[in-house]
Every structure is written in structure tokens, then in C-alpha cells.
Design a protein around this ligand. Sequence first.
Ligand SMILES: Cc1ncc(COP(=O)(O)O)c(C=O)c1O
Length: 474
Amino acid sequence: MNNAEFREWAHRLADHMADYYNNIETYPVKSNVKPGEILAQLPKAPPAGSEDMSQIMSDFERIIMPGITHWQSPNFFAYFPANGSYPSILAEMLTASLGAQCMVWDTSPAAAELEELVMNWLKAMTGLPDDWHGVIQDTASTSTLVSILCAREKYANYSINETGFKDTNKLRVYCSAEAHSSVEKAVKIAGIGRKNLVKIATDIQYRMNSVLLRKAIANDIAAGLTPLCVVAALGTTGCTSVDPLNEIASVCAEFNIWLHVDAAYAGTALLLPEYRWMIEGIEKADSFVFNPHKWMFTNFDCSAYFVKDKEILIRTFEILPEYLKTGNRGLVNDYRDWGIQLGRRFRALKLWFVIRSFGVTQLQEMIREHIRIARWLEQQVIAHPDFETLAPVPLSLVCFRYKPSDIAGTENLNRVNEELLGKLNATGRIFLTHTKLNGQYTLRMSVAGTQTTHQHVEQAWEFIKETALGCTRL
Ligand SMILES: Cc1ncc(COP(=O)(O)O)c(C=O)c1O
């Protein structure tokens, strides 16, 4: 492809992308292809010669698009969102064009300095402590792993990095029973072992019980074990419960334990001053993560990670081969030392575009509107005799189930709700996912799409009620 052809295709794809967003509601939200269906349509061997771009695009439309789930559809209510937005997409286009690999300051000074700036902006926007330091990681899973590794090295005076483990099976990590599975993955990878992850029971609102946390830590110390790290969740994946940070932070301070705060989805709500109660006590914590790629309209991947003491982070991850030595070391931020990967994309650009193009006020209005719509939906569910909510709605996720008077017992209700979810998603009109709360099959409706309006949620609610009537009665 030469430059003229690139120009032509770039123009055509710009139209294609704009058309996609205009027509996004005409696609089935969830792809319903069968396993292997896409692969079976593709040639097993790569082409020996060059293929024409028109042919590649035509195959993209014919073969690939049917296997896409449309995360940017306003009728996508599944999981948590992976929001994009127009300014963010434009920045990604530029990032791809520049193709800069931003591992150290010298490999693109603007990327490093813009990252420093936007992370400082995010601190100010969310009310995080002014003297903390931010860096963009790929995901919240990586950020949590980074924290657990920092906690491990701080405890071991950086000796595990040097000589490996001596006293395995002694270190303990704590989170609530509702915490994200990435905590479990992190303790596996960090060499601490899944058996040393202690899951603390929650209260009736699915929040970590800090009294039980304290007890578990004290018991472990009495048994000769070493409490290393607590991961508190603000906005759990199942039902967006918010762990009592201040109480947990006091326990961690008492025992000198690293406290990491996982606010992957809910952190965006901190843009609203009325949600700052969630981070009361944050100054006693050690690290914090939230994903602008979830609710802050910034394309995946973009995880905002903050630490109180950047020296611990850098000492845990720095490595200095000859070819990476630069004359500016110590004067600038070389972000390759602030996490696991060496090579880094220029992700700060899309955050800069998003924050500038929307402005803080509009970002706040959009988040408030999602929360308002979710509360409206909660009220509809509560007012309906055949439905019930299964958890409080502190943010913009509504957890509910169908509970008609002619179906009783957890097993039957679980069955009918599973059937209802299957029916809804098979239509392609909307896409919801589920969780289990207290053994109850729960429909999760996450109201946080960039293009999602009150009307979309109202239509979805009508459709859910109508579909529920067609579910099997025993
Ligand atoms: C509370 C919480 N933590 C962590 C994650 C993992 O996020 P990521 O995909 O960025 O690793 C999720 C994903 O939904 C989450 O809800």
C-alpha cells in the first residue's frame, strides 16, 4: 500500500466508522455465532501474495462483523462498559499513525510528559491525594498485580526480586468474598499462592466486614503468618458494593499492611463531589486503580494507577540494560520502570483528547445522568409486583430478578431467570449479563454506555417485562 492508497482508504474508513456509529443500533448487540463459525470461513494458510484492500474490507464485513459483540451499542448493558467516544477514537487513530513506542522519556518525551500531566489532572478530578503519583497501566488486573508485587518487595526489602522466595506459604493477602477474580490471579502470579488469599465475608450489602478482616489478620499473625496486603473494592463486579475504606485503612495502618484500592469501574464516579465519600481514608492507603476505559469514555485499554510512594514502585520494577541507559535518567519519568511491560503505547493522548473535548463539567453530567437513569430503573423494578432488586444501587448498576407469584423456591427462580437472560440476549436487541448473589441468579443491568439514554433503558425495561411473560412455568 502506498501513501496515496493509504490516504484513500483512511478517508473511506473514516466514513465507514461514522456510518457504523450512525447505524450501531441495527446490529444484534450480542453476537450469536456458533463456536468455530468464524474460523471455518477463513483460509487456514496466510496469503503468499498481496491481497486487495477492497477484498479484505469485504471479508471484514461478511465474516468478521457477524462475530462482533457491539460494546458501544446504547443497548449494551452487560458486564461493565468498555466505553469509547469520538474524541478517544480520533486520538487512537493518531496514536496508531505515530506508532511511537513510549517505553522511556527519550523514546517520545511528549508521551511521558503528557502522561504525567493527565495523571495529575485525574488526581485533581477524582480527589485523590495531591502528593500521589500516577501512571497508565493496561488494565486493573495488571495494576492489582503491580500493587501486590510492590507490597511483597517492600516487605522483603527487595530480596525476593534478588534471590527468590525463602519462606513460601507465609504471606497472606486479604480481599472480600465479592472482590474481582484479578486479585486471585495476582496472588497466583506473585508467587503467594491462591491458598494464601483470605476472602473476608461481607455484610448484607456485600461490603467487606472490617471487623472480620481485623480478626483474620490477628489470627494469621498468631499462627506465624505474615499479612502482606489488603485489596479493598470500591464498586464490586457483582453488584457495585463499596467496601468501607476508612475502616479497612485503619486496620491496615494498625498492622502496617499495604492497602490497594480497586475502583476499576466505580472510580469514575469520583468525578462527582457527592461520591467522594467512597474514598474517605484514602490517605492511609498505598495504591489505587480505576479504569477510564470502563466508564470514562476512553477506549480500552487505559487503566489509571496511583501510588503513594513511587520509589517502592520503581525499585520493584526497574531494570537497566545497557541499551536503555539514557542521559536523562533521574531527571524524567521513564515509565517502563513503573510497571511490568517494557514497551508502552501512547495512551495518554486519548485521555487528553477525552478530558479536553468533553471538559470536566460534561463528563460529570454524563456520569450523573447514568446514575439517575439507573435509579429510575431501580424504582421501576421495586414498583413491579413480579420483579425485585437484589442489591442496593449505589452507582449505575441494577441487580434484579424476575419473581412472579406463580414461581417459588430459589432453584425455580434461578432457572426462570437464566431462561429469561438467554431469551433476551438471543434476540440481539439488548445484552445483559448475570451474577449470583446469595445463591440467587441475578440479572445485572449496567447503565453506563456513552450513547445510552433514558429512552434506551425505558425500552429495554419494557422488553424485559414482555419477555419474562413468555418464560416457562413449571
Ligand atoms: C472491580 C473490578 N476490578 C478489576 C476488574 C478487571 O478489570 P481489567 O479488565 O481492567 O483488568 C474488573 C472488571 O470488570 C472489575 O470490575
